[in-house]
Design a protein around this ligand. Sequence first.
Ligand code: SF4
Length: 365
Amino acid sequence: MMEGKADRKTFFTQALLQWHTTHHRPLPWKGEKDPYLIWLSEIILQQTRVEQGLPYFEKFKAKYPTVKYLAAAPEDEVMKMWEGLGYYSRARNMHAAAKYIAHELAGVFPKKYEGIRALKGVGDYTAAAIAAFAFDLPHAVVDGNVYRVLSRYFGVEEPVDTTAGKKQFAHLAQELLDVRQPGRFNQAIMDFGAGQCTPAAPKCASCPLQPNCSAFHQNKVDSLPVKSKKLERRQRFFNYLVINQQGNVFIKKRTEKDIWRNLYDFPLIETDRLVEGKNGLEGNAIWQAWLGSSNYQLLQVSPPFRQELTHQQIVARFWEIEVDGSFKAGEASWVKCGRQNLQDFAFPKVIVLYLKEKSLPLELF
Ligand code: SF4
């Protein structure tokens, strides 16, 4: 049964909403009307799976029940709460937006799409989700789930990662939106993409959209949606110096315009390839500047630890060094931290993995 264009759209919306009556996923933020909590859940879920994001949502909600609590929190505390979730600019932007709402908008969350969209870290998708869920405004969400479902059902071969493609899908989603229940429609299409029309092995056999699904009938399920670019990851090689001095370790805050801004890490020497051999870094000019004139002992070099980011792969080695009491920090930004206090700071995942493996801060060597 492949129907005419208009009928296929009506069928889509009706079948989707019908499907949702029996298939919705019960999650703590579902049915939520508080825009602050919806915003919190949406920011956490950007780039994060629900299972991973759920405990963070609960933790943030308990500690910062309103936007004013979040605005009043110290930045280091917010970053620490976010530790392990990745894409830390989300936490920084969220904190900045909370301050803006608390101080400039008297703590009142914006109620219109434009006002929500103007908040730091809020893009089209998140603004539409908050507008629809909290205020029943007729804005359709468009994310990876929506691209997949629409491209398959309607057989759209326009790449989803081009400006033209994004426009086309946004327009289509908006046409399909049931304006009487925008929140429910948005939830339904996202749940459908997450549970039925999944990236790999979609459940076409039990799919209520199947009678009119282009991809299914034309055997294109695996080739849709289309992407124009293949993701290329740049490899970066980080050599972290874990400099121990009488039970303390030197750490520093990452303030430069780079990944992990405002997180902490160890003094870092970046190289253009993996450094091999225990003494492989000792000829490096930065190593010489920091350690050359000191009395140090190089104890151990870790195997490479890896962390995948969207556009980069970080390969990190940890150089465990002991220095005597006369050693002076190589840069003013270094902070001496008791090993037992390392857990108070927010570190990128690759360092957390290393610390876990070494059972730091309990026992370093
Ligand atoms: S039939 Fe398959 S490809 Fe088409 S919408 Fe349903 S699950 Fe997705």
